[in-house]
Each structure stands twice: as structure tokens, then as C-alpha cells.
Design a protein around this ligand. Structure first.
Ligand SMILES: [Zn+2]
Length: 345
């Protein structure tokens, strides 16, 4: 190690490092600390790590050490990540059971995985354009273009009929022609000015909803951004919302407590978000049919996860998984409606 530290000092500028470092409690030019007690908490050292707080006995004060700490953290996460992911996909019940039983250092903790997958999900959705403001704007323009060509076809059909029309039909045809022309002009204007436009009027919409829809028509990108913001900001709410439902699924099983349910729910939600990541990447790559097959995965995963984590029999697991799927749809629906309502407000 001494040799390597010499290398680090050469990189960071040997003289400067030597002038600064000794005051930090370092003993010599080798860059090591030789402490009798922990530098973090002061506990007397009896090994390479502090017995009280877990910090390393020797620390280094160099730029190289700074990046080594970062890399170690990253590799530790990555190592756990590749151990956690396959287990979560193929043996979710076993992993959840093991984590609850105490194998905590082995896997990524449920909440860390959850936060990571929320981040990954929104990144994937934006990348694939499935839910991104920019993607919505492109969709809106394409839809507008299409409706203009539809209207133009309809207009030329009407004009053909007008030529050979009986005198009684002329007035009605003229009205329809005028309406088509107006629609085309409006859509063309929307396309030219970049202001998206939605065909149809709002006369049948309750008056209190109208301002929200007008807002969505005027600024679809702002609304999409706000919906996305609300969904990511409140994504953690899905965990506390789901735990009471797990109590209801296991009313007479005292050996499973809220901690167990929270771990189960958080790992389960993380897996579902990973599916969204995979699905949106498949859509982005053009594998739409394959992506739609992913809709069958959640019920199967919930069944296997419940069966393994709570050590259920086949029928008991099928029964509870059915209830869980129904609940997940309801909770997901309520969550999305709330996010959209926040986005529109
Ligand atoms: Zn310590």
C-alpha cells in the first residue's frame, strides 16, 4: 500500500500533499493514519474496523482516496444490485423471507431499491418518450396533421356531393362544408403557431371541470410535466397506502407484522416499476407486441412473491394474489388520478 500511496501523492502534487497532510493526524509520508482509537467516534480500536461505528481504522486523505471511496460505494451497490435483481425476478418470496429473517447486508434494502427504480422508471419513460412532455408534443402535432388530412378528404367528398345535390340538400351540405373549412383552418392555425388544439367542444362537460380541460388544451407540456412531477414526488405514498391492505390479507397471521408487510410491498412495487422500465425500453426499440406481453407478468409475480414470502399453499396464494391484483389496480388508479388532478390544478 505504501508504494501505491506514493503514486497517489505524485499525482496530487507531492510537496503540497506533504505540507498539508501531517496536521491531519497522519504519522508519516506514507499517507496512512496509525490510530489507537477510532477517528470517527473515539472508541478504542481492536481490529481493522471500529467495533462501535464500523468505520475503517485507517483512513487516507488524498484525492485518490476520495475517488476510491466513491468507487467502493458504487461497486458495493452494484454487487448487491446484481445479486438482488435476479432474486427479485425469479425468487421474490425467498429473497423477501431472507431479508426479513436478517440477511440484510446481502441485498439492496427495499427502500433504496424503491428510490432507485422510481428514478430509473422516469428516466426510461422520458427516454422512450412514453410519458415525456416532448414526446406528447410530437404526438399532438402528428394527431393534428392526421385530423387535417381527414377533414380535407371529408371536405372534398362533400364538395363532390354538392355538385350533384338535389336543391333540398344544398343548404345542409353548405353548412357542413363551411364547418369542415372552419375546422381545417383552426387546426392549421394550431399547427402553425405550435399551440396544440383538440377538436370538439366542451358544451357537455360540467362547468367546474372546463377550466382544467382548457388548461390542458392550452399547455399540454406543462400539464404533463406537473403530472410527472407529482407522480415522482408522491411515489413513496404507495408504500404506506399498501401496508394496511396487507394487514387485511393476513388478518389471523400474527407471525407477520407491519415490518414484514412493508418489506414485501416495497420489493413488489420496485419489481413492478422495473417492468415499466423494461416495457418502455421495448416500446422504444419497436417491440410493442413483446412489451404488451409484460401485462401478464405482475399477477404471476405477485402470486409467486406471496407464496414464497408468506409460505402459503397454492390455493391460498392464488386467492390472496387475486385480491392483491384487484387492490393494486385500484391503488394505481387512485394514485394516477391524484397525480393527474395535481397536474391539472
Ligand atoms: Zn468508531
Amino acid at each position: 500500500m505504501g508504494e501505491l500511496d506514493g503514486l497517489g501523492e505524485a499525482v496530487t502534487g507531492g510537496l503540497l500533499a506533504r505540507a498539508v497532510e501531517p496536521s491531519a493526524g497522519e504519522t508519516g509520508d506514507d499517507g496512512h493514519t496509525h490510530e489507537k482509537s477510532c477517528l470517527n467516534c473515539g472508541t478504542k480500536l481492536i481490529g481493522p474496523f471500529c467495533a462501535a461505528c464500523g468505520q475503517k481504522a485507517h483512513v487516507h486523505r488524498s484525492v485518490r482516496a476520495f475517488f476510491q471511496d466513491f468507487m467502493a460505494g458504487l461497486l458495493n451497490f452494484e454487487g448487491k444490485f446484481w445479486r438482488t435483481l435476479p432474486m427479485l425476478a425469479w425468487h421474490p418470496g425467498e429473497m423477501t423471507r431472507r431479508y426479513i429473517a436478517g440477511e440484510r447486508a446481502r441485498y439492496i434494502s427495499p427502500i433504496a431499491l424503491y428510490l432507485f427504480t422510481v428514478f430509473a422508471m422516469f428516466a426510461a419513460l422520458n427516454f422512450s418518450g412514453t410519458f415525456s412532455p416532448a414526446g406528447l408534443a410530437v404526438d399532438a402535432r402528428a394527431a393534428l396533421q392526421e385530423s387535417i388530412s381527414d377533414d380535407q378528404r371529408s371536405l372534398s367528398r362533400l364538395e363532390e356531393r354538392r355538385k350533384a345535390a338535389a336543391p333540398g340538400e344544398v343548404a345542409s351540405l353548405d353548412r357542413r362544408i363551411a364547418r369542415r373549412k372552419k375546422e381545417i383552418a383552426e387546426a392549421q392555425l394550431a399547427l402553425n403557431t405550435g399551440k396544440p388544439f383538440v377538436a370538439g367542444d366542451l358544451d357537455e362537460t360540467p362547468s367546474w371541470i372546463r377550466p382544467f380541460i382548457e388548461n390542458a388544451k392550452e399547455n399540454p407540456e406543462v400539464v404533463a410535466l406537473k403530472v410527472q412531477e407529482a407522480a415522482s414526488k408522491y411515489s413513496w405514498m404507495l408504500i404506506p397506502l399498501s401496508v394496511p391492505f396487507m394487514w387485511m390479507l393476513f388478518p389471523f397471521r400474527r407471525r407477520y407484522n407491519s415490518y414484514d408487510h412493508t418489506v414485501f410491498v416495497t420489493y413488489s412495487l420496485s419489481f413492478m416499476m422495473m417492468l415499466v422500465v423494461i416495457g418502455s425500453l421495448l416500446v422504444a426499440a419497436g417491440f410493442t407486441t413483446l412489451a404488451s406481453c409484460l401485462f401478464f407478468v405482475p399477477p404471476i409475480h405477485m402470486y409467486r412473491h406471496l407464496k414464497g414470502a408468506y409460505q402459503l399453499g397454492k390455493w391460498s396464494a392464488i386467492f390472496r394474489a387475486t385480491l392483491l391484483v384487484g387492490f393494486a389496480c385500484a391503488a394505481g388508479g387512485i394514485f394516477m388520478t391524484t397525480a393527474v388532478a395535481i397536474g391539472l390544478s
